[in-house]
Design a protein around this ligand. Structure first.
Ligand code: NI
Length: 436
């Protein structure tokens, strides 16, 4: 086991005030190239186009998740709870710090197009020929695969997994607070100190002392609010749609043998789905945005238009549709074709939804990889109950699907051709008739 630092290191942090580093291993991991790369990847992808403060990086979030995990473990150690396995401290801290290290630029949008998975990249970085692997191997030969097992949720001790990945884990607690802080909204605030005080290790999992139920209610309401106000904001969805279409178009062109006037080797490999770890690590948001700036002058008019729109925030508008029927969508597609638009790229139906809090049901969800362990309350008689059984507030938002269909489209060509549009489409797109 590697030792503690002779002098504790601190990072100033706007959310947690200070992030404390006491272990040589953690300090060395932070200083690897792969971890430093997270400074060049935004935590919230394209959200900065909607909330201009949202420029914070995955580097700051990763430090935050580490710090919350460190505080939870310190609390467990301070009270010497017999259900906390003390030897799991370092593996837990490393997994917390590294859980997002495989994220690429604008990763959620890119993953949909290129069918990659940041969790798999994280494990490749932990296990491959990298600086991170070298630091982890200095602990012990099988330490890299132990950390990877926590991230893959296959680690034999579920309490370690639940710190990083459950309905109330260090990851979510950090990103809610951090995203609220940097977007400037208040919905995401909840009482982290209070929650940390009521967490208990109990029979292989982390549970909440029943008296802490209201602090957990507040956390779940914050999450509910953040989803609808920030994560599913329709303008952010618009920028994500354009981003995906840029990569879809670039991939289509690349497959057809189109000669790009500007190309980087790692982006070419991304488009061809032949990325190795070395080139994957070269991808960051600076490179992707350089590509977009260059491509906004490409000969291919569709690619150049989409890149211009993204870089200059000329996003698609949207209309809400209660129940989009096929014939209306066909009419829109035909009209779009007749005015020179490409329905494959210029119209997209979006239906965002997520469950603010999904109760764990072992009989129905068994075997699902993404399933998250539920929040359990521990009462004075050592009885556990799932929180929505005790809380009216949580029951009321459990399993709620809220969402509307939005149709995204470029408004300018419709305005320029408004006299060609049918009355139905003019009403839908809220475009008036030309007054003569
Ligand atoms: Ni995270």
């Amino acid at each position: 086991m590697r030792e503690q630092l002779t002098e504790e290191k601190v990072f100033k942090d706007p959310v947690h005030n200070y992030v404390y580093v006491q272990d040589q291993t953690i300090w060395d991991l932070i200083n690897t190239n792969e971890f430093q790369r997270l400074r060049r990847i935004r935590q919230l992808g394209t959200t900065y186009l909607t909330f201009h403060g949202a420029e914070h990086s995955r580097f700051s979030h990763s430090l935050g998740v580490y710090e919350i995990t460190r505080r939870i473990i310190s609390q467990f150690e301070r009270y010497d709870y017999p259900d906390w396995p003390k030897e799991e401290r370092l593996v837990s801290l490393c997994a917390a710090l590294l859980h997002d290290v495989g994220h690429g630029p604008f990763s959620h949008s890119l993953e949909e197009i290129f069918d990659t998975d940041h969790e798999e990249w994280t494990c490749s970085i932990l296990l491959g020929d990298t600086g991170i692997n070298e630091v982890l191997r200095a602990v012990s030969d099988d330490f890299p695969s132990q950390v990877a097992a926590v991230i893959k949720k296959t680690y034999p001790r579920p309490i370690v997994v639940s710190l990083i990945s459950s309905q109330m884990d260090a990851d979510r607690m950090d990103y809610l607070l951090r995203d609220a802080y940097f977007t400037g909204v208040n919905y995401g605030n909840f009482d982290l100190e209070r929650i940390l005080r009521v967490l208990r290790p109990y029979k292989g999992r982390v549970v909440v002392k029943e008296s802490g139920m209201h602090a957990v209610e507040h956390y779940l309401m914050s999450r509910y609010q953040m989803y609808w106000q920030i994560y599913f904001h329709p303008v952010t969805r618009s920028s994500e749609i354009i981003l995906r279409q840029i990569f879809r178009r670039a991939q289509e062109l690349s497959r057809a043998g189109y000669a790009f006037e500007w190309m980087s080797p790692s982006i070419r490999q991304l488009l061809n789905n032949t990325l190795g770890i070395r080139d994957y690590l070269k991808l960051d948001e600076a490179l992707v945005q350089t590509a977009f700036t260059e491509w906004s002058e490409e000969k291919d008019l569709l690619l150049s238009e989409l890149c211009y729109r993204f870089m200059n925030r000329q996003l698609y508008k949207y209309v809400t549709m209660d129940n989009p029927d096929e014939s209306l969508l066909n009419e829109i597609a035909e009209t779009f074709l007749s005015i020179g638009l490409n329905p494959e790229y210029h119209m997209e139906m979006d239906y965002p939804f997520d469950l603010p809090y999904d109760v764990y049901r072992p009989d129905q969800n068994e075997g699902k990889k993404k399933e998250k362990a539920p929040i359990l309350l521990l009462d004075n008689e050592d009885q556990l109950s799932e929180i929505s059984m005790k809380s009216d507030i949580i029951r009321s938002i459990t399993g709620l699907h809220q969402g509307q269909y939005h149709l995204y489209y470029p408004e300018e060509p419709l305005l320029a051709n408004k006299n060609i549009l049918s009355d139905k489409l003019r009403t839908l797109f809220k475009i008036g008739k030309e007054m003569i």
